[in-house]
Design a protein around this ligand. Structure first.
Ligand SMILES: [Zn+2]
Length: 112
């Protein structure tokens, strides 16, 4: 059984609740369940100074998002539009769904 399941998926809108980017919102671009980290659009930008290569003869500065810890983000519920805790509910037909603990609505998968 996997202990690595995260409370957010790629495509989710999240709010950053701690760290340098506290208060920022963005979409999850990528999840790294093994490290319990996520990459959020425009959050935790890093710059890499790159030596000129054959593909990129001028070199220069490349910006990219560095992963942040998944515990630093909260899912923004699409129903109440607030950062919310999530839970899991099992439907009568046996399907599991993520629910918002604030408004009790199911949160759809929002695959990017
Ligand atoms: Zn909600």
């Amino acid at each position: 059984m996997s202990q690595n399941k995260l409370h957010v998926r790629s495509g989710d809108r999240v709010k950053v609740i701690s760290g340098n980017y506290r208060g920022a919102t963005g979409q999850i671009l990528r999840t790294i369940p093994d490290e319990r980290r996520v990459v959020v659009d425009s959050v935790n930008m890093r710059k890499r100074h790159q030596q000129p290569t054959r593909e990129n003869p001028d070199g220069g500065i490349v910006s990219f998002e560095a992963p942040i810890d998944v515990s630093n983000v909260m899912l923004i519920c699409p129903h109440c539009d607030e950062p919310s805790r999530t839970g899991t509910r099992v439907d009568a037909d046996g399907t599991k769904e993520r629910i918002c603990k604030r408004c009790d609505n199911p949160i759809p998968k929002s695959e990017a």
